[in-house]
Write a protein that binds this ligand. Structure first.
Ligand SMILES: Cc1cc2nc3c(=O)[nH]c(=O)nc-3n(C[C@H](O)[C@H](O)[C@H](O)COP(=O)(O)O)c2cc1C
Length: 214
């Protein structure tokens, strides 16, 4: 179905994709934005409900307000960490909302498709999981387009609803900063900063039963 080169290209994007928080001001081409959003829209979704919307934000005054909401939350969350970890946390750059030329807010409308969306009755949060699939598609597409993307989730949902005029039943799932960058690391930034490292895979795999090795 796919040639070896095509298959290698997919894995290459999966491994190279990074969460980025530093951007150049160079604008993102319209056709790239369109392709990235199309990639999101082709994600799987429970009962094919397609619960997402994409709010494309380029106005500096709106980005300023979103950056304010993220900064407020970052300071509020710092109290959860012990002294040294708290200082380390406050030193981390966790968003690039003002710098990035483009932000896309991806939302999830759990009411889309009515109250009996196939499969959603069993696990209601499958609407959010579907939206996360759309976001991952956009992340991989951005990487393939030579663009950097950062997923920002540091905010109070109601702050973002107020700023972007999102109705109360719709979830603002992510603010995605997108743009070009001069620094696209090979390692996750949190790993570079000694915050967390990738776990070895082997202990995470069980066979037949939880906590059971082959
Ligand atoms: C649901 C979700 C929310 C995230 N929120 C943030 C965030 O608010 N700020 C941030 O700097 N990174 C955020 N990230 C990015 C993670 O920190 C990043 O994916 C992780 O450190 C691994 O790095 P990598 O994406 O470069 O592989 C988020 C990622 C996910 C999946």
């Amino acid at each position: 179905m796919f040639s070896k080169d095509e298959r290698d290209a997919i894995y290459s994007v999966i491994y190279k994709r990074r969460d980025i928080r530093t951007f150049r001001s160079t604008p993102v081409e319209e056709e790239k934005i369109q392709r990235i959003i199309e990639a999101g829209h082709h994600a799987p979704s429970v009962g094919f409900m397609q619960p997402w919307n994409f709010i494309i934000i380029s106005a500096p005054e709106v980005k300023e307000k979103l950056a304010w909401a993220a900064e407020k939350e970052r300071k509020a969350l710092a109290i959860h960490f012990e002294e040294e970890r708290g200082t380390q946390f406050l030193d981390l750059k966790i968003e690039g909302l003002k710098e990035a030329p483009l932000t896309i807010c991806v939302t999830c409308d759990g009411t889309r498709g009515g109250s009996h969306v196939l499969g959603r009755n069993s696990i209601p949060e499958t609407d959010l999981l579907s939206t996360a699939c759309a976001i991952q598609n956009m992340w991989l597409a951005s990487c393939a387009e030579g663009l950097a993307m950062g997923w920002v989730s540091f905010y109070k949902k109601n702050d973002v609803r107020d700023i972007l005029h999102i109705p109360p039943h719709v979830e603002p799932v992510a603010l995605l900063s997108i743009g070009y960058t001069d620094d696209y690391p090979t390692q996750p930034i949190l790993e570079q900063k000694n915050w967390e490292k990738r776990r070895s895979l082997e202990p995470l795999i069980f066979h037949n039963y939880w906590n059971t090795k082959a």
